[in-house]
Write a protein that binds this ligand. Sequence first.
Ligand SMILES: Cc1cc2nc3c(=O)[nH]c(=O)nc-3n(C[C@H](O)[C@H](O)[C@H](O)COP(=O)(O)O)c2cc1C
Length: 424
Amino acid sequence: MKFNARKRHREIFTKGSVGIKSVIPTDHFALEQAAKKMLGKSEFDYIATGAGIEQGMSNNRAAFLDYKLIPKMANGCSDISLNTTLFTREQIPAPFLFAPIGVLKLAHPQGDLELAKAARASGIPMIFSNQASYPMEQCTQVLEGSPHWFQLYFSRSNELVESFIHRAEQSQCSAIVLTLDTTILGWRTRDLDNAYLPFIYGQGIAQYSSDPVFLRLMQEQKKASEEKNPFKLRSLALLHSMIQHFPGPFFSKLRSKDPIKAVKKFIEIYSRPNLNWEDILWLRNQTKLPLILKGIQDPHDAQRAIDMGINAIIVSNHGGRQVDYNRASLHSLIEIRKKIDSKFPLLLDSGIRTGTDVFIARALGAQAVLLGRPYTYALALGGAEGVLEYVKNIAAELEITMSLCGCQNINDITQDYIQYIAGK
Ligand SMILES: Cc1cc2nc3c(=O)[nH]c(=O)nc-3n(C[C@H](O)[C@H](O)[C@H](O)COP(=O)(O)O)c2cc1C
């Protein structure tokens, strides 16, 4: 899709003149509030929460506010292009990707499939989450060749990791993203107060329940762990949810207890708390696809990754969901950019809300950014259409900012257009 700000303006104002409102509000606070009204409390909180007092989340936003733009006049800019070439050589229509977000069914019953439709229509790459609500093969079908990557959590089982990688290769993923920052769940106070974790309900484990290695491991655990049941089935609702989210005919699932076994096995296996650089090196040697590390925040870690043959880094603090008081992702980007080869591809994730944020991220050395929570809210409000409107809006704002500042192309956005002045 070629994004076009004038067209987007026209679309909104013309429809508005005959009483048709956009599916989503353009303002990101209003977008979040509208999704909050629409979703159940536990579901909304699961998406919106950060760790602890959510200072890490606030830091992500505050960092952007310290940058002020310096428009340059009479710059002769018209036909602005947002076209971006990624380090994967993929040509994309704007410098953003959809961040991997798990359990999208919380936002919309067709979750990942609706997102895939929006990714296909826009050409914005989708990153399949390891915790998706739908298997990667199903999303690949919907995407019909539109670019997509796979995000991996390092499981305790190497065999399962190999299987995920193999499936991603078979699903034409053009890169693997290894997320490093979630070896254990952050202390997410809203989820704790709601006593709600979707995985226990069998949600967000579709990549596992569709995996041959996982299904075998799940059956093998049966005898060994049946006596020391790690959690008790408290309610019929819980059982019903587990069954509903597991593939296969209802009565055979009920008889086999496979949905319960799957949740138990998932909880046991999904993360590797003692993950180390040797594991990453091992993974590097498992695939010829570009390998990207998500969650790197320290320049030394970045250098180590580069020395190991990692192809790109997504600078991220997981949207402040993991470590409270976490340094802003934007500040990590600046520190890493200073210390590593200027050509090494860095992508920025965490806290991006507006087209102007994307402008600042580019000026500070990010090749592209990952869009996160806001697209989930748009998905809740309008499915694929809502997400498509959201990317059109953020692209339009970026295009207008470029045009008014004097940048014809994405590569024209440099530090000359911004200044650090602390405070609002
Ligand atoms: C509900 C939710 C689920 C997420 N699931 C994943 C995931 O499965 N894998 C992953 O690497 N990151 C996951 N993330 C983190 C996002 O990829 C991204 O880093 C984060 O949303 C960026 O912060 P922002 O949304 O505030 O911009 C998740 C984030 C949210 C909000």
